[in-house]
Design a protein around this ligand. Sequence first.
Ligand code: SD4
Length: 336
Amino acid sequence: MINRRKFIGKAALGTIAVGSTSLLACETSAQPTEKTTKSTNKKVTKPSIISTWNHGLAANEEALKILEKGGYSLDAVEQGVRITEADPKVSSVGYGGWPDREGNVTLDACIMDHNSRAGSVAFLQNIMHPISVARKVMEETPHVMLVGAGAKQFALEKGFKEQDLLTDDAKKAYKEWLEKSEYKPVINIENHDTISMIAMDEEGRLSAACTTSGAAWKIHGRVGDSPIIGSGLFLDSDVGAAAATGLGEAIIRTSGSAMVVELMRQGRSPQEACKEIVERIYEKHRNQPEFDYLQVGFIAMNKYGETGGYCLRKGFNYATFDKENGNKLTDAEFKI
Ligand code: SD4
């Protein structure tokens, strides 16, 4: 776990402020770290990290290694989510991700930086770290998004290695699924553990990343919200950033993450903004057939480092880091 003492030790502890989901200590050594939010009048500090689900804890720790050295939040979010991508036990991200209905692991990822640059890959196969390919798309091409065979060709050209991502456990799960071959996601279990991470570094730069193998047992070729800028992830340094997890179709239909950011622009706290979008998704889907298995969750951070999260159904959690509380997991508030 984080050596929080060491981290706090660097800074004299100033005012402690209670936010909706964060309790933050102000660092007195660096002027720009203390600000007052328009939405809540709370004092906040940097760095700050929020990521989805309990695997966010390990991802945050990795991100923190960079942030505590005064590093760049873009490096932090990339390195952070790579931990999840490489973890064979996480069945919905990268290596070990559960496949589509034809047995292929297909990956989606995107990344954004504080200058609103963005990179994305979708329907990428046999490459362990789609988030790093997405970063290369952002930094080394004139484009935002590459998909499928083109994304793979680009990855190989950039030196990424091709490898089989279907683990024995995933193969076993697939074989069991084949017995009934139904597309009926199990809430909070089989397709709801995308890792999304938002981080603010000591210089106040926001970055965000999102990576997933998407919905298990999907139709071959299906792409979810996660690589779509504005749906699975959105960042605008003037306001903050938001990211999503859950049933991608519902998130795409509502441009979920972009809307969370726009609500924060209008003065909502991260928590309030996430809640309002989940409620909107609920209203739009409550009479739809997929409502039975619909789960969506959002996390958000505003430009002052305040965080929040909210989901439709009980069971979503997210990991936050701030100097006062260290790295901790919070059960998200939920609608139903
Ligand atoms: C998708 N949103 O492809 C992703 C899946 C997910 O947690 O979030 N899993 O629909």
